[in-house]
Design a protein around this ligand. Structure first.
Ligand SMILES: *[C@@H]1O[C@H](CO)[C@@H](O)[C@H](O)[C@H]1NC(C)=O
Ligand SMILES: *[C@@H]1O[C@H](CO)[C@@H](O)[C@H](O)[C@H]1NC(C)=O
Ligand SMILES: *[C@@H]1O[C@H](CO)[C@@H](O)[C@H](O)[C@H]1NC(C)=O
Length: 280
């Protein structure tokens, strides 16, 4: 359910940032004009990278989600000149900012910090800042270097993307918009049929079956927000079906599960069936 929440959050941030971006585009028009680098709309070129920032103080999760929502990452640092470059970036913002998030997070406490952009941790910082990571912490860039903070300590989000990468999206091979989404794509227009197969053999066990049922129910909402909704009146809608599988399949929901429906009480372990035979 937390994954779903993140997806939902991205959309919200994307919309809020869009308004911000239009504003920033105007502010930065003069900087953009002097640089040959062509950046996606919403990003401005500086020092060979295409950059984007929100000039707001947000926690780590919001900062990296905001970057992901525009198809970019918060910066990662790989040598002293990278560090100097990104410290310099504080002043490029309009107005200048005093701190922003890097994309490092603590994956293995005590180990090196991990870069979300999947580049290796090949530089540990002038004082070894990027090793000996403490759980729940990441790094801000300050004028005097790298400063460790808990994820909930607010700082600006600054994002950049690899300008050497193809402008077209590698997955759909289509043009992408300012958020890195396929041009003309509207998230409301996406609809999928999801069929979930629940193992109801003895190998699953009653507790795991109960938990799996709760997980499936959580796809629809957490009681506050709706996630996957089968709204048959919408122009496009997602349908979710659930099949219980032991020695024979049982259709629990025939692509008609809604947020009021439960798996608990409908799915039960079939006694005597030790496991499902995936080959058959
Ligand atoms: C520093 O790392 C960046 C990649 O992050 C690379 O492009 C640059 O050439 C490196 N600079 C030096 C001096 O090694
Ligand atoms: C941390 O990074 C340094 C530099 O890349 C490397 O030499 C070291 O082995 C890494 N340590 C761990 C625990 O991964
Ligand atoms: C949903 O599908 C199941 C399985 O086919 C069926 O038993 C149930 O009546 C359907 N529910 C509705 C609301 O149509």
């Amino acid at each position: 359910s937390s994954r779903m929440k993140i997806a939902l959050l991205l959309v919200t941030i994307g919309a809020a940032w869009y308004a911000n971006l239009l504003q920033m585009d105007t502010n930065r028009a003069n900087i953009a004009d002097t640089d040959q680098l062509q950046c996606r709309n919403g990003f401005y070129p500086y020092g060979g990278v295409c950059m984007y920032s929100n000039n707001e103080n947000v926690n780590y999760g919001v900062a990296v989600s905001a970057c992901a929502a525009v198809g970019a990452y918060a910066p990662s640092i790989h040598n002293q000149s990278d560090l100097d470059f990104w410290i310099g970036a504080l002043k490029w913002q309009n107005p200048p900012i005093s701190h922003y998030w890097l994309d490092a997070y603590c994956e293995t406490p005590g180990g090196n910090y991990t870069w979300r952009d999947a580049l290796p941790t090949d530089y540990l910082g002038p004082k070894g800042e990027l090793t000996g990571c403490a759980p729940g912490t990441g790094y801000h860039i300050h004028a005097d270097g790298l400063k460790r903070f808990f994820y909930d300590t607010p700082a600006s989000a600054v994002c950049s993307y690899d300008t050497k990468a193809d402008r077209a999206d590698p997955y759909c091979n289509c043009a992408v918009d300012k958020f890195g989404f396929p041009s003309g794509w509207n998230y409301n227009d996406i609809w999928v049929d999801v069929a979930i197969i629940l193992d109801t053999s003895e190998a699953m066990g009653t507790t795991a079956c109960f938990l799996a049922g709760a997980l499936i129910e959580s796809f629809f909402g957490d009681g506050f927000d709706d996630f996957l909704i089968t709204d048959t009146n919408a122009p496009f809608y997602t349908r979710v079906g659930v099949i219980g599988m032991s020695d024979t399949p049982t259709v629990l929901y025939n692509l008609n599960m809604t947020k009021n429906d439960k798996v608990h009480g409908k799915a039960s372990i079939k006694k005597g069936v030790l496991g499902i035979d995936v080959v058959a």
